[in-house]
Write a protein that binds this ligand. Structure first.
Ligand code: ZN
Length: 346
């Protein structure tokens, strides 16, 4: 089969044609991939930064966001049959540790990530355990079903921050930050403020429902947001940038007693004013990892079926599989936001 492989300990990926179809166990499902999204994580793997070099095994098939059709099921699989259109939760665990057994499998100790720790979905076929399969509702189109993984990150973060009838600040409107804008709007946030350095994305965030958008380097944006929130600051902070200055400003702006849900990942340990930002502020701080299995998936499906999510301008490109290089370049240049690869036909 064709597969996009990390072929060496260095930049780029190679489209290999003679890759073996993955071997599935009795409790696994083999899925023929239709479409797959390129993630920021894939971009780190493509660029081979320090994180990728320390984590990604050379020879792995990359990719973790996809939709496909079940091709074959293992002998012990009971819930699904060939022909079903599905996506899958890309965090795979053995369901044996404390968290997995008490409803928090998204932070299981032995989690393996598709396309990071084991062969992924930038390939004609991908194999996942039956437990990870998510049947896709018929009214959700393929290009949207291909990006449920990152959309789920946005849904998990926004739902954790409990935004209904509250003012929300989203720091960083990259792919998932933009998704968080439309999700927060759909989830009933009263007013959404956003910051970023990219003016195009700030404009798109406003189109998606943000009431105000500020350049992150505007020295007065915190004061401007405070003025619009009775001087208190926003009720919730949704941190999507991972940038130390954005995190610092976000906490400065947050209302006393507010809630911060953090998804953005700083590239190294950062200095942080715990005293003022959390302790004296009385803030609730939530670390967000992956998607709750499978509460987030049900919430996401309901939000999609409500018709209130606007994803068309976030999914900017759909490209044939062999144009993967263009896909990564579109992401690097910022011209593309979410790029979806067309891996196989129906
Ligand atoms: Zn992803």
């Amino acid at each position: 089969m064709r597969a996009l492989v990390k072929h060496r300990a260095g930049p780029e990926l190679e489209l290999q044609t003679g890759r073996a179809v993955p071997e599935c166990g009795p409790r696994d499902v083999l899925i023929r991939v239709l479409k797959a999204g390129i993630c920021g994580t894939d971009r780190h793997i493509w660029e081979w930064d320090a994180w990728a070099a320390g984590r990604i095994p050379v020879g792995i098939t990359t990719g973790h966001e996809f939709v496909g059709i079940i091709e074959r099921v293992g002998s012990a699989v009971t819930k699904y049959s060939p022909g079903l259109r599905v996506s899958a939760e890309g965090h795979i665990c053995s369901w044996s540790d404390y968290n997995a057994r008490t409803g928090a499998a998204h932070i299981a100790r032995d989690t393996q990530i598709l396309g990071v720790d084991r062969d992924g979905c930038f390939a004609e076929y991908v194999c996942v355990p039956e437990e990870n399969v998510w049947p896709v509702h018929p009214s959700i189109p393929d290009h949207v079903a291909a990006i449920l993984d990152p959309l789920g990150n946005a849904v998990h973060t926004v739902m954790a921050a409990n935004v209904s009838a509250k003012t929300v600040l989203i720091t960083g409107v990259g792919i998932i930050g933009l998704m968080a804008v439309t999700v927060a709007k759909a989830a009933g946030a009263s007013r959404i403020f956003v910051t970023d350095l990219d003016e195009k994305r700030l404009a798109l965030a406003q189109k998606l429902g943000a009431c105000a958008a500020y350049k992150a380097n505007d020295p007065n944006w915190i004061e401007k947001v405070r003025k619009q929130t009775r001087g208190d600051g926003p009720d919730a902070l949704i941190e999507m940038s991972g940038h130390p200055a954005a995190i610092d400003d976000g906490f400065k702006c947050l209302r006393m007693g507010g809630t911060a849900a953090l998804l953005g990942i700083p590239s190294r340990p950062i200095a942080f004013d715990l005293t003022n930002h959390v302790i004296f502020k009385g803030a609730t701080v939530l670390g967000i990892n992956g998607r709750k299995m499978f509460e987030t998936w049900y919430q996401m499906e309901e939000l999609l079926l409500s018709g209130r999510l606007e994803l068309d301008e976030i999914i900017t490109h759909q490209l044939p599989f062999d144009q993967f290089r263009k896909g990564f370049e579109l992401m690097q240049s910022g011209e593309g936001i979410k790029v979806v690869l067309e891996i196989g036909g129906r």
